[in-house]
Design a protein around this ligand. Structure first.
Ligand code: SF4
Ligand code: SF4
Length: 365
């Protein structure tokens, strides 16, 4: 092999690579395989590619890089794998080695450089608190809006703050920086991600916060699952739906047939399945129907893992599949600005609305 690829992080998973029996059960669930159609674009194929890189059998060429970066990190393969191989871990460690070897994708590079300069991936110069129009102050509760809800899916952040206002919660916004999800998903060195984690935790602690509330499934996963691996998290972490499930909400009815899309980051990655459904049931007489694939078997929206930015066509094909599965519904409710954006941009002529649960709650509270 002529390529100078140096394996580092993937050495940690050399045993896991050998645990895969190549049974192919992951093939039945992998959304990127369904969108692309090649074995190299599914969990098993990505394990073989990682094995090849580890042992110097294949070069880190364009096709290897593409196959490692078309994974949405949805973790449906992890659920399905009878050998319990932690495939997402393997893929993310492989991405980390690709980045170390100078193979970061240009779209990802632009986002990462923006986070380094502005604290968000969108090259926005105004801080989150400034953009939301609320100054941080000492409070028991804090709302962590996240970059996507602050700068792109603004209705999610506005609705979340409006709900907290209507419920009379004394909460603060934060001098937040990107939660680190983008960097971690695309393979930036963990030491740099940990610095973002430390910065956010310090900003939250400085406000005397006891409970952090988040409306973005991606940011929530970071604070709930990833932060505690690297930093001390001395406050409670709640997704907005977990907070709202405990509230006595007097809501106006919601018309039409509704269904719920489980974001991978909230569902499979964090096991939060019931809180959003409990909140949806608070709409009087709601006409709710589950999709065939729901809770732990929910199919991905196609937007995660850096796929939407780097491979938008594949991302759209995955979103179309999910929309087909909800063809009976007038409204697809979800609880992540990423899922809303990706599914909504694939709607086209369909007569369906994709909306974040917080917006529906705010309109009817
Ligand atoms: S389901 Fe698990 S063991 Fe089977 S091929 Fe996929 S990764 Fe390997
Ligand atoms: S995490 Fe999802 S997209 Fe990635 S290999 Fe597994 S099933 Fe496929």
């Amino acid at each position: 092999m002529t390529d100078s690829f140096k394996a580092d992080k993937i050495k940690e998973v050399s045993q896991a690579l050998n645990t895969c029996t190549m049974c192919g059960f992951c093939k039945s669930v992998c959304p990127s395989f369904k969108a692309i159609g090649w074995d190299t674009a599914l969990s098993r194929g990505r394990i073989i590619l990682t094995y090849g890189l580890l042992h110097g059998d294949i070069p880190a060429d364009e096709s290897v890089i593409e196959n490692m970066y078309t994974c949405t990190t949805c973790a449906d393969c992890v659920r399905r794998c009878p050998s319990k191989v932690d495939i997402v871990d393997i893929i993310e460690l492989c991405r980390a080695d690709l980045v170390k070897n100078g193979h970061m994708l240009p779209k990802h590079k632009a986002m990462v450089e923006s986070i380094r300069k502005y604290g968000n991936p969108f090259k926005e110069e105004k801080s989150v608190a400034e953009t939301l129009g609320r100054k941080p102050h000492k409070a028991k509760y804090a709302y962590f809006a996240g970059c996507t809800a602050t700068y792109r899916s603004k209705k999610t952040a506005q609705a979340s703050m409006s709900i907290l206002d209507k419920l009379g919660v004394d909460y603060t916004t934060l001098d937040e920086t990107c939660c680190g999800s983008v960097m971690q998903r695309v393979g930036v060195d963990q030491a740099e991600v940990t610095k973002l984690m430390e910065k956010n935790v310090a900003a939250i602690k400085a406000m005397g916060v006891e409970t952090l509330i988040l409306s973005c499934a991606g940011c929530y996963r970071m604070f709930k699952k990833e932060y505690p691996k690297y930093v001390d998290v001395p406050f409670e972490v709640l997704h907005m739906t977990e907070f709202l499930a405990k509230q006595d909400l007097k809501l106006k009815p919601l018309e039409g047939k509704v269904t719920y899309h489980d974001p991978c980051h909230l569902g499979r990655h964090c096991d939060v399945y019931e809180a959003p459904r409990e909140v949806i049931r608070k709409f009087p007489g709601v006409d709710f129907q589950e999709m065939k694939y729901n809770r732990s078997t929910s199919h991905c929206c196609g937007g995660g893992g850096g796929v939407r930015s780097a491979y938008p066509e594949e991302s759209m094909r995955i979103a179309q599949t999910r929309l087909d599965e909800a063809s009976f519904a007038d409204i697809i409710i979800t609880t992540c600005p990423f899922c809303v954006t990706n599914l909504a941009s694939a709607v086209g002529d369909r007569k369906v609305e994709v909306v974040d649960l917080v917006e529906l709650i705010d309109q009817r509270l």
